[in-house]
Design a protein around this ligand. Structure first.
Ligand SMILES: NC(=O)c1ccc[n+]([C@@H]2O[C@H](COP(=O)([O-])OP(=O)(O)OC[C@H]3O[C@@H](n4cnc5c(N)ncnc54)[C@H](O)[C@@H]3O)[C@@H](O)[C@H]2O)c1
Length: 321
């Protein structure tokens, strides 16, 4: 089989390319950036997703497209770039895949289509209404609609995967990482909130600064610690490859993520032990982040079984240090 993986330089795409090559397949990557992966069974097309010529070259001779390429941003000034990459880019890649005669197209959507931070009920499942409240979530909803349009009107199988929040294990302990840094490290959180212009939130975190680096345990206004899904990128690749290959996945929609949410009340002390940093507790106004998204459908239909709990990720990240 010959696969195209868009977003091949990304946290999930790079691992997906390597896994497919390990499994004996021919793989092409498509990204703005080179991944650094070199193998005789691997080649790359570099360019923007929304460039029809680059997308056409990328899709030539491809049996199955795994469309992970997207721009994730929550900055108002980057909204235009995000719609070009995630919506127009998805349309162009769908078109090119269809024209190349690809058999299956797997689309990386997101739990932000629901969105997970404002659930109507828990656990969220695939029937939850899609009411995104961020431009990023809106781009994924529009991407899904484009994929569904192609599924209705073209002879190409499609699979929509609504991804959980995903990290590599090493990111969990890295104060400079894009997501985990400001999620767990107090001073990175303050920097992030300042950069977003969230002055009130930044000041709440600043008031908790003990004068040296610390971890932050975020809680809602009732003092209840945040809980959310965090899935290891390796488990995501397992699910993506099932979606790309399993006959039962054709034209289906699945949540893809971990079995259990991460309870920050239980996890922060473990992170603190490993990193030797104290934990400060911060209560934030509002209901906070408290969700779990069900992976029951992909487990029962495709046999997906995630292996990396947050505790195993932490052990893995710190075992060499
Ligand atoms: N990581 C998460 O928590 C998460 C959660 C939900 C959904 N997703 C989705 O999963 C997919 C992969 O996520 P990831 O964590 O590997 O992201 P990532 O940011 O690490 O990788 C995305 C890749 O897409 C490429 N890209 C962005 N815009 C492009 C463009 N216009 N043309 C070509 N390439 C472009 C980037 O260069 C990058 O290598 C994305 O579609 C993302 O929206 C991720």
């Amino acid at each position: 089989m010959k696969y195209l993986v868009t977003g091949s330089a990304g946290r999930i795409g790079d691992l997906a390319c390597r896994q497919l090559v390990d499994d004996g397949h021919e793989v092409r990557g498509f990204d703005l950036h080179a991944s650094g992966f070199e193998h005789e069974a691997y080649s790359e097309v570099l360019g923007p997703l929304h460039d029809p010529a680059a997308a056409g070259t990328a899709c030539e001779g491809i049996d199955s497209v795994i469309h992970l390429g997207a721009f994730m941003s929550w900055k108002p000034e980057e909204v235009g770039q995000m719609f070009r990459s995630n919506v127009e880019g998805t349309r162009i890649v769908l078109d090119a895949a269809q024209a190349a005669g690809s058999k299956r197209f797997v689309f990386a959507s997101s739990g932000e289509v629901y969105p997970e931070n404002a659930p109507r009920y828990l656990p969220l499942d695939e029937d939850h209404p899609r009411l995104p409240n961020s431009p990023y979530g809106a781009t994924k909803l529009l991407g899904e609609e484009l994929v569904r349009f192609y599924a209705r009107t073209k002879p190409m199988e499609t699979v929509i995967l609504r991804f959980s929040h995903t990290q590599r294990a090493s990111e969990i302990i890295d104060r400079d990482s894009f997501f985990s840094g400001p999620r767990f490290f107090l001073r990175r959180k303050i920097e992030q909130q300042d950069a977003f212009g969230n002055r009130a939130a930044a000041d709440i975190f600043r008031a908790a600064d003990p004068g040296h680096e610390a971890l932050v345990l975020c809680c809602n206004e009732d003092g209840c610690a945040f809980q959310m899904d965090i899935t290891d990128a390796r488990d995501m690749v397992t699910g993506i490859l099932l979606a790309a290959n399993h006959p039962a996945a054709a034209n289906r929609i699945y949540n893809l993520g971990c079995n259990d949410p991460v309870d920050f009340e239980a996890f922060l002390p473990k992170l603190s032990d490993k990193l030797g940093l104290p934990v400060v507790r911060v209560n934030l106004p509002g209901p906070g982040v408290l969700y779990h998204t069900s992976n029951a459908r992909i487990r029962s239909e495709l046999g997906f079984e995630p292996e990396w709990t947050i505790d195993r990720m932490l052990e893995d990240a710190t075992s060499g240090s």
